[in-house]
Design a protein around this ligand. Structure first.
Ligand code: ZN
Length: 401
């Protein structure tokens, strides 16, 4: 089994599916199209065993793809449904010190972009799905294998995937979902969400030899940044604390303003990121920041010159409010195989948030460590892959009809 698994992962890594991450770039390494095509052919080979598959388009050239093997009890008659989910995209390859798309196996590890995040996990899920399809247990759930686009820059693919049951009714809403991310085979039951947005302030431009004739937008923004720093230090950490993740945070990550050193700037903007607790609603977190800044600017005669742009990204977290029973099941299977299977929370976001939003019991579980994701020499241990493929298979077969 392992050789086929490693070969499959080598195939996946050698097909570039780089997410442009909002940058204005072009070239044939970008977007998920070739990966989706590979997966479509892969699922087509299983069609003779009763597997159906469908693309679900996010935007031109960017398709989720999902395959389904109906269970022994029809979902209309109350049969259970479990979904495995992995994203097709990777982060960019700038600055990598290993060949990103020519995967090399060395010292029990495979190197290459996506080997860890998350083509490794995807290869394990596909392998488990295929094994399940080829030797289906008598009492089996309906199994869905879904591969989404655009996880790394907004997770819009996972949100779109929900159309398959909410809009198209092609498949039923899953009773449980396992999302692949590198968790070292621990069971992630909670993670943070995020909201990102821009704040802009206007001023009045003039020649810098007579600055009193203008209004300096950068000075104005400096005041706003001080308010945000105070908010970050004194307020945000106290909001909606959660026992499994570190406290919510705020960061001002980008600043732009001015046109030349001898001109009083008439515009300055910043980009703000706020990591939310698993139980927070990102839009409410955004509003809370706006209210705080506005209140602290109330005495400024330029307060009406500040524009708070709507969030460019607004994703909730994974809440452990809905996944308790399923997490216990997953932990049982993982621990029975001899792994620690710790029940943990993590600070990063995943596609799981899109399913948590619909209150579907969802956990994140996958091979490899997040420490090797997005790195310049990204790698994964082969032993983790073999173990994960076996665990996913066990989780499907033991789930029940
Ligand atoms: Zn990932």
């Amino acid at each position: 089994m392992s050789d086929a698994l490693f070969e499959l992962l080598q195939d996946l890594v050698s097909i570039p599916s780089v997410n442009p991450m909002g940058r204005d770039v072009s070239g044939d390494i970008y977007y998920e199209g070739r990966m989706t095509e590979y997966l479509e052919n892969w699922f087509a080979d299983l069609a003779g065993s009763g597997v159906e598959f469908q693309r679900n388009t996010l935007e031109e050239g960017r398709d989720n793809i999902a395959a389904v093997l109906p269970g022994s009890c029809s979902w209309d008659d109350g049969g259970r449904v479990i979904m495995l989910e992995a994203h097709q995209d990777t982060v960019p390859v700038d600055g990598m010190t290993v060949e990103p798309f020519s995967p090399v196996i060395r010292d029990g590890k495979m190197y290459g972009r996506g080997s860890c995040d998350i083509k490794g996990g995807m290869a394990c899920m596909l392998t488990a799905f295929k094994r399940f399809v080829e030797t289906p247990p008598a009492d089996r759930p309906t199994v869905v294998m879904a591969c989404t686009v655009n996880e790394e820059f907004g997770m819009s693919g996972a949100a779109k995937l929900c159309d398959l049951w909410l809009e198209d009714q092609w498949i039923p809403q899953p009773d449980a979902i396992i999302v692949a991310e590198p968790t070292l085979l621990d069971v992630v039951v909670a993670h943070k969400g995020v909201t990102r947005f821009e704040i802009e302030v206007a001023g009045v431009a003039c020649h810098s030899s007579q600055p009193e004739l203008g209004k300096n937008a950068i000075y104005r923004m400096a005041k706003i940044i001080q308010i945000l720093e105070q908010y970050a230090n004194d307020v945000v950490g106290t909001l909606n604390e959660h026992p499994l993740v570190t406290n919510p945070t705020l960061n001002v990550g980008m600043i732009q303003g001015g046109i030349s050193v001898n001109t009083v700037p008439d515009r300055c903007s910043i980009e703000v990121g706020r990591r939310t607790s698993p139980s927070e609603v990102p839009d409410e977190a955004y509003q809370h920041i706006l209210d705080y800044v506005r209140q602290h600017l109330a005495d400024e005669d330029w307060a009406d010159q500040v524009t708070f742009h709507p969030p460019t990204i607004s994703c909730g977290g994974l809440s452990d409010q809905f996944n308790g029973e399923f997490a216990t099941y997953v932990q049982g299977v993982v621990q029975a195989a001899g792994h620690p299977g710790l029940r943990i929370g993590v600070p990063y976001g995943t596609d799981a948030q899109a399913f948590s939003l619909h209150q579907i019991p969802t956990v994140v579980l996958g091979p490899g460590s997040i420490d090797q994701a997005h790195t310049k020499d990204e790698w994964i241990e082969l032993d983790q892959l073999t173990a994960a493929a076996e665990l996913y298979y066990q989780l499907l077969t033991n789930f029940g009809a």
